[in-house]
Design a protein around this ligand. Sequence first.
Ligand SMILES: [Zn+2]
Length: 157
Amino acid sequence: MVDDADLAHLRRCVALARAALEADDEPFGSVLVDAGGRVRFEDTNHVAGGDATQHPEFAIARWAAEHMSPEERAAATVYTSGEHCPMCAAAHGWVGLGRIVYASSSAQLVSWLAELDVPPPPVTALPVNEIAPGVPVEGPVPGLDEEVHELHRRLHG
Ligand SMILES: [Zn+2]
């Protein structure tokens, strides 16, 4: 269940995504929250420089591996404006992070890109649980997904 604390963290992710777009990058933002509800790390997409692997969820997985114990990682939650891509879902799974809550799904992103006549990404969009089956996943969240949709319309408009 997505509660008020979850919604607050998701709103921060959408704000980060908006900031990334305004910095001429792609609109994705993510936040790592520990078991105590404390934000430990947050990031946005940094693909505008030419490295298409610079996703916030990948950065979070690396940060968590370096700074949190396995127990802390398992109890942490990753919030994100858009569901993890397969690369980031794999990184999340490999470092043993816990729950994922996303505002919008990969399936939604695929349909939005098609509707905007944008070529599909070079990596197939799959649900997180097809890559990391043990991770509890929640989303999309009605309302916030539409805000993310609008950011993608602006990116490709
Ligand atoms: Zn990714």
